[in-house]
Design a protein around this ligand. Structure first.
Ligand code: MN
Ligand code: MN
Length: 320
């Protein structure tokens, strides 16, 4: 089988070439997806944002800042390109302004990737895309344990009379039985809300929620213990990462920034603490290059995606 890896950074300077994620080969043909262990897939849909929009440029922005990522992860002691055949599968087609149609396209596109038996890493797009992605994932794997890293719980019933926005995907996913609330946990929640019932909403719906405030006071290690207790058991697992989990000082380029968020170091330690767990898929959403400053958010997101890839490499190596 073809082992896909980037062009050699020692031969071609890292800033050269056509921009794919990590300078990986672009593998667009569905029948060739199985040549990869993991593919990066853009989902540039942002018509479900309730405040700022611009996440349609997220995938291209993250790809651009990923050019500096190198093969060896020192903390997890893994060479991602040695262990994994990796490729960039391009972007899923969407219809700007048309949510129902776009969600159908996203679900269909995600199902095609999953059918190849490859682990997908989806780059959003606004957080509404997690719903059609989870529909495709649950169709293949059954209900998943969800680790959801975000400033917001995204469990609202609706906005302005609409049931599908970037603030509602996990409410719909619960109603559709796509995620198992008893094996799901949200991390990083914060910011003013409309009342105390908003704070207790995740718990009310059966999920565990760890606020950013609790994470800051108890630390990453104690937070990881709670996360692993929740999602560490048998069964498929999915990680959804909203870049606004990070403080706007680190991730200004996003749609609904909230102060008091995670630092870059906390986010990296949190992700590395998951090493050994296998995930059936990942998404990384709400990166908005038009609001970014010095490409900070896009660089951070590229590195978050790299940590996700390293998790897959560690899991594959353990299974071997
Ligand atoms: Mn979100
Ligand atoms: Mn959010």
């Amino acid at each position: 089988m073809t082992h896909h890896r980037p062009v050699d950074g020692q031969v071609y300077p890292r800033f050269e070439g056509i921009r794919t994620f990590m300078r990986l080969p672009h593998l667009a043909e569905a029948e060739r997806l199985a040549e990869a262990d993991l593919v990066v897939v853009g989902v540039p849909f942002d018509s479900a944002g309730t405040y700022r929009v611009g996440a349609r440029f997220g995938p291209s922005g993250i790809r651009h800042e990923s050019m500096l990522l190198r093969p060896y992860h020192p903390e997890l002691a893994v060479d991602v390109h040695e262990v994994l055949s990796l490729a960039d599968a391009g972007d899923l087609p969407v219809t700007p302004g048309y949510l129902v149609e776009s969600h159908a396209q996203i679900r269909e596109g995600a199902a095609r990737v999953l059918a190849a038996g490859v682990t997908p890493l989806f780059l959003g797009g606004d957080h509404s895309v997690s719903l059609p992605l989870l529909r495709a994932v649950a169709e293949r794997h059954g209900p998943v344990a969800l680790l959801h890293v975000d400033a917001h719980c995204d469990l609202w019933d609706g906005y302005y009379g609409g049931k599908d926005t970037h603030g509602t995907p996990f409410r719909r996913a619960l109603e559709e039985g796509l995620i198992d609330p008893a094996r799901s946990v949200q991390v990083g929640l914060r910011g003013p809300v409309y009342g105390p019932e908003d704070v207790s909403l995740p718990h009310h719906l059966g999920l565990e929620a760890i606020s950013a405030d609790v994470l800051h006071r108890r630390g990453v290690a104690a937070t990881l213990e709670r996360i692993l207790a929740r999602i560490g058991g048998p069964g498929p697992r999915y990680l959804s990462f909203d870049i606004d989990a990070l403080d706007p000082a680190y991730a200004p380029g996003t749609g609904t920034p909230e102060v008091g968020g995670l630092t870059t170091v906390q986010a990296l330690q949190l992700l590395r603490g998951l090493a050994g767990l296998d995930f059936v898929g990942f998404d990384l959403v709400e990166v908005m290059p038009p609001y970014d400053v010095g490409a900070l958010t896009q660089l951070l997101a590229a590195n978050v995606a790299y940590e996700m890839i390293a998790l897959v490499a560690v899991a594959k190596r353990r299974a071997a």
